[in-house]
Design a protein around this ligand. Sequence first.
Ligand code: MG
Length: 216
Amino acid sequence: MDRSLIDGVKGFLSQEEGETLYELALETCSMGPCLEIGSYCGKSTLWLGWACQERGSVLFAVDHHRGSEEQQKGELFFDAEVWSEADQAVDTFRLFRQAVDRAQLNDTVVPVVAPSTVAARFWSTPLALVFIDGGHTYAAAYNDYACWARHIVPGGYLLIHDIYDSIEEGGQAPHHVFKMALSSGEYEFVGRKGSLGILRRYPAGVFPSDLPEKDY
Ligand code: MG
């Protein structure tokens, strides 16, 4: 695990958030594979992947690699370095693959190059940790939650990136989904680190009414 590689990978994840992903994956990934939605160029993949590698687990990295809505040409987060002239489309898979290669994670990371909803269609494997960092429209954020959170094992983590308290700080779809997950009664609020929201699926046999109220 060579942490110096992280700075060379494009992405929107802070060091603190990345280290939190690593710690939480390390804690849970013996219970099953981890899965992330929205790998982009692989920053979160490296953090989660290193933890999975250390424990002999696996990370499924779901991304169509054509960039999310705000990363398209002419949009706020467009990056010419991930534009493919040949494809006339965003292509983050090349840089993603390079990052996974350099981090020596090919024995741990399974890239799933497909839209999240398609990858989920016949999915039935229980997951120890799900990290949602895909499209930031309400529809995309909700679909990612609806498709994947239901596979999290009791005691496993649901992590959602880009939680902002106000519209001035950032789009509200991830925060909306975060609150929706909490109101389902299936998750315990663990905390927030930067813009990363951390929820844990209640262990089997623990009812929300048994647990104290918390502010979030
Ligand atoms: Mg993000």
